[in-house]
Design a protein around this ligand. Structure first.
Ligand code: RB5
Length: 156
């Protein structure tokens, strides 16, 4: 797959392991920066990765900031981006299987490189569960999203 990656200065500690892990797993990387520890604004990087995934330019995205929280909040403001903040392997599998998350957000001040490596492997090797209830729940989210971006009254 083609995977978009983005980092801020708080997530930069995970940059090398993210790029190395994805490469070892056989994926192509589209790197949206940042590349060093100079302070930057995480929403800019979240937006770049989220748009790349939502537009179909990339199949998946990986973002990292200090906690992963800011990246996930910002990425989820882009229609078609379903970003999950992940700090354990069980959630990594669930994010793929139940939520069909297309972007994973990691916290460089929360998890270490080896856990990040395992999370990415589990997430990318797990497939969305398209059986009834999970698919239905994702469709509800898609309807909410359409309301949100069209400006219509929620639920109508
Ligand atoms: C930057 O200091 C920090 O706020 C950022 O990396 C991230 O953790 C935000 O959620």
């Amino acid at each position: 797959m083609k995977i978009a990656v983005g980092f801020d200065h708080g997530g930069i500690t995970l940059r090398d392991v993210v790029i190395q892990s994805l490469t070892e797993l056989g994926h192509d990387i589209v790197d949206f920066g940042t590349a060093d520890s100079q302070s930057v604004d995480y929403p800019e990087y979240a937006a770049r990765v989220a748009h790349a995934v939502a537009s179909g330019q990339c199949n998946r995205g990986v973002l990292a900031c200090g906690t992963g929280i800011g990246m996930s909040i910002a990425a989820n403001k882009v229609q078609g981006c379903y970003a999950a903040l992940i700090a354990d392997c069980f959630s990594a599998r669930m994010a793929a299987e139940h939520n069909a998350a297309n972007v994973v957000c990691l916290g460089g001040r929360v998890i270490g490189p080896e856990l990040a490596r395992k999370i990415l492997a589990v997430y990318l090797q797990s497939q969305p569960d398209n059986s009834g209830r999970h698919q239905l729940r994702r469709e509800i989210i898609c309807r909410m999203e359409k309301d949100c971006f069209s400006g219509a009254e929620p639920g109508n």
